[in-house]
Design a protein around this ligand. Structure first.
Ligand code: SAH
Length: 225
């Protein structure tokens, strides 16, 4: 019998999935994590760590989120497969790829041009033709394509920005880290006829959302673009 050998990356990916399956119940989310090659969204020198359950630097002072957080946020959107979803903070494009596995249309917005370009290139190489990558404009989010059944914010905001709630469809779900710049709480905000309902999903730590609806660049230590 030939011995089956696994690459180190496949082994760490299997370990990661085993770890995530303790907290994540949605099989579709776990299948998306199993399918999307996270190593393609980090630089070559970090590939060996691509399936560690931790954030990794992607340049420009930004990070690709920890896989558990990606999975939790995605699970909280409770996607059926036919939604239009907005992501704020494209970063590496990894979270956008996970969303693209699970829903019809993904619109993702990034304020740092080289990150947006790199993410768009990797997503195209991997064949994700249901993702639009946009460079952030003056308005928060991407009102041009609103309303969205789901909005996922992968940078920390001081409050729930009303301009994002306005881009949410009726019954839509917004997942956003809200709090101070160093630690936040992940919130699930649902938009129903009676108003907004907020569910707390647990503590988290994200890089700041900058500009309208977020932190000012002057307070953040990040440069004005
Ligand atoms: N989701 C990413 C991780 C994002 S890190 C991934 O899967 O890799 C957060 C990103 O939000 C950073 O790249 C940062 O530049 C971006 N960002 C911060 N403020 C923003 C804003 N107002 N609009 C769009 N992107 C923003």
């Amino acid at each position: 019998m030939p011995k089956v050998t696994y690459s180190l990356l496949e082994r760490t990916k299997a370990q990661l999935l085993a770890e995530l399956s303790r907290d994540i119940r949605d099989e579709r989310v776990l299948a998306a994590i199993a399918k999307v090659p996270r190593q393609r969204f980090v630089s070559d020198d970090l590939r060996a760590f691509a399936y560690d359950n931790r954030p990794l630097p992607i340049g420009h002072g930004q990070t690709i989120s920890q896989p558990l957080i990606v999975a939790m946020m995605t699970e909280a959107l409770d996607l059926r497969g036919d939604e239009k979803v907005l992501e704020l903070g494209t970063g590496s494009g990894y979270q956008a790829a996970i969303l693209a596995e699970l829903t019809a249309q993904v619109v993702t917005v990034e304020r740092i041009a080289p990150l947006a370009e790199q993410a768009a290139a990797v997503l195209a190489e991997l064949g994700y033709d249901n993702v639009q990558v946009h460079l952030a404009g003056d308005a928060l989010g991407w009102p041009e394509e609103a309303p969205y059944e789901g909005i996922l914010v992968t940078a920390a905001a001081p409050d729930v920005p009303s301009s994002l709630v306005e881009q949410l469809a009726p019954q839509g779900r917004l997942v956003i880290p809200v709090g101070a710049q160093d630690v936040q709480e992940l919130l699930l905000v649902t938009n129903s006829r009676g108003g907004l309902a907020i569910k707390r999903l647990g503590p988290c730590r994200f890089v700041p959302l900058l500009g309208a609806g977020g932190w000012s660049t002057a307070d953040s230590g990040f440069p004005e673009l």
